[in-house]
Every structure is written in C-alpha cells, then in structure tokens.
Write a protein that binds this ligand. Structure first.
Ligand code: TYM
Length: 327
C-alpha cells in the first residue's frame, strides 16, 4: 500500500479551499492507502498567534477534520509538536537546503512582503514541512495547488540527501484534485481563499450555516459581460463559481457552464449544492463537540503511532549523516 501524508495549520477555521483542495482527498485516500495526517502547530508559530488561540484552534481543527470525514480507524491523525522527530529532522534538512532555495519560495515572499520584522521560522518553514513528509516514507502528498513549490523542494532535498549520504528517504509526489485545487476568494477572485487573509464575505467556512453560505455565494463578485462560460483568465469570479458547483455535483466546470444562461441561476444552484455538500459535516461536528475526552485520547494515540514511525526514519537519517548512534 502506498503511503500518504499531509498536514494542515491550526491557524483558523477550515474553509472551502481547505476542504475541496485537500481534506476531501484525505478522506478518500484513507480508505485506499496507508494514511497519516498531521495538525502542524509548529508551523503556526511562524506567524504571530496568541498561545491560547493556538491551543484551542489545534483542538478545533481536529474536530473539523473528524467532522469532514477522517476516520481514526482508517487513518492516523496527530499533532506535530507531540512528535519531537519533526524539529530534529528539520535541522538535518536545514543543513541540506540552501538559502537561495528558501529565498525563492513564493509563500515566504508573500507572507514577508512589507513586514518590518519577519520570523526566522517563516523562512525555514518549508524545511519543517519537508521533515513532516519525509519522516513517514511518504509516496503521495494530497494538497492544494499552493503547496506545489513546497513539495517540489521536499523532493529535491530528499534526492540531495540520498545522493550525499546514501539511500535514506522516499521521494514523494504531490497529488492535486482535478477540480478545486485552487479555490478563489469570492470577493477577490484573483487571490486564493485563505485562512490568514481577512475576507469574511469572500471565504466560505465549512461550518457556516446554510443561509450564510447562500448569502456569500449570492454576493460573489463576477463580471459584467453576462455570458456564462468557463474562462478562469478572463472571468475568474465566474470560473470559481463554476468550479464550486462542478466539484459539489461531480461534473466538469465547462459542462456546468453549458447548462446556464444567467449568473443568478448559477449562483442559486451553487449555493444550494454547497449547502448540501457541507450539511453532513455540520451535523457530525456538533456530535463530536459533545465528547472532548474521546478526541483528546484519539490524538494521543495518533501521536504515539506516528512517533514510532518517525523515530525509525530519523535514526536512519542521523546514522547516514554521521551522528554518533544514540539508539
Ligand atoms: P494550509 O494549512 O494553508 O492548508 C491546508 C490544505 O488546504 C489547501 N488549501 C487550498 N486548496 C485549494 N484552494 C485554496 N484556496 C486553498 N487554501 C488552502 C492547502 O493547499 C493545503 O493542502 N504548509 C501547509 C501545511 C503543511 C503540510 C505539511 C502540507 C505542513 N506540513 C506536509 C502537506 C505536507 C499549509 O500551510 O497548508
């Protein structure tokens, strides 16, 4: 069975981009692959976050993921900071990567732009991500499009390490959904829907009540030429709505476009389809919140399972690079 690994930051409420770009694939993969999923709380420290907010969001993210369909019987779900091999392997990989490689990362450029003071952790962020992936001998990394460059860097670091020190890491591949790999902000359709940028009307949260989802879709920015066709370059707002209705109803966006003449009808159907898509998540989320002890013990069990795998891989890397054994 091939091995799947992916991660999510506990830095905000889960939105439609997270769900369609990544989490839906996580749910599908857990039944056919050996799947490990991680809430990356250490990554969240690369930007300013209040300790109590970090603590509660880490827990809330676990609830969201379970509500979205992760099944603890079918996959391993754990918290990054509970497995110390993540920062340990990060150091070995920091001594494998170069400054130039990290400077080229577009996420670093975006998140540091215009800031007077930037945390060093924001710069080395992609290396911690590489450690996450490589610790689990991962074959496949289900992510949205914005993670393409990070997974590419992970591959390069794995290959370089293997060439320098002998075969140590499996070289992973990213897996993107065919539709939904880049869900755009409904109010600013040329930028991606995001947890970190505040755009309440542009972001559909997976736990938004039905009327809120429909309201946001209705108010989505489109264009004035009035023609329904799938053209992400010329008509980004409309293309985004077509993609959303397409994933929700399992069709291709261009086919969806053919069925509509008016923006209003498309928005109405997209809103309704998303409400239906997300309805079971809202219901499960409410059930899960009533049993916090269960979730905490499930996460502890996940960290134990992940830690057992991670320590073997870390030791292999430490041996290969020449650290005196401490088995
Ligand atoms: P994060 O927490 O920003 O997002 C989690 C997942 O959601 C996807 N995503 C989107 N997909 C489509 N459209 C969007 N608008 C959208 N916004 C977010 C992301 O691509 C991601 O798959 N660096 C990662 C977390 C990470 C990780 C890893 C991922 C840490 N270690 C190891 C994979 C493997 C991040 O910040 O994702």
């Amino acid at each position: 069975m091939s091995k799947v690994f992916s991660g999510i930051q506990p830095s905000g409420d889960l939105h439609l981009g997270n769900y369609l770009g990544a989490i839906r694939n996580w749910v599908a993969d857990q039944h056919v692959h050996d799947a490990i999923y991680c809430i990356v709380d250490l990554h969240a420290l690369s930007l300013d976050i209040d300790p109590s907010v970090l603590r509660s969001r880490t827990y809330e993210t676990a609830l969201d993921l379970l509500a979205a369909g992760l099944d603890p019987q079918a996959c391993t779900l754990f918290i990054q900071s509970q497995v110390p091999e993540h920062p340990r392997l990060t150091w070995l990989l920091e001594c494998t990567a170069t400054m130039g490689e990290l400077r080229r990362m577009t996420q670093f450029k975006d998140k540091s732009e215009g800031k007077e003071s930037v945390r060093a952790g924001l710069f080395t962020y992609p290396i911690l991500q590489a450690a996450d992936i490589l610790l689990y001998d991962t074959d496949r990394v289900p992510v949205g499009n914005d993670q393409r460059q990070h997974v590419e860097l992970t591959r390069e670091l794995a290959i370089r390490f293997n060439v320098r020190y002998g075969d140590t890491f499996v070289v992973p591949e990213a897996a993107f959904p065919s539709v939904g790999a880049r869900v755009m902000d409904l109010q600013h359709p040329t930028r991606k829907m995001s947890k970190s940028v505040s755009s309440p009307l542009g972001t559909v949260l997976i736990l938004d009540p039905p009327e809120e989802i429909e309201r946001k879709i209705k108010k989505a920015v489109t264009d004035t030429d009035g023609e329904v066709r799938f053209d992400p370059e010329a008509k980004p707002g409309l293309a985004n709505l077509l993609e959303l209705l397409a994933v929700a109803t399992d069709r291709a966006p261009a086919d969806v476009a053919e069925a509509y003449q008016r923006y209003g009808d498309l928005k109405r159907d997209a809103g309704e389809a998303l409400v239906e898509l997300l309805r079971p998540l809202r219901m499960r989320r409410a059930e899960l919140a009533s049993d916090p002890g269960e979730v905490t013990s499930l996460l502890a069990h996940g960290s134990e399972k992940a830690g057992a795998i991670a320590s073997v891989t870390y030791q292999r890397a430490a041996d290969a690079i020449g650290l005196l054994g401490s088995h």
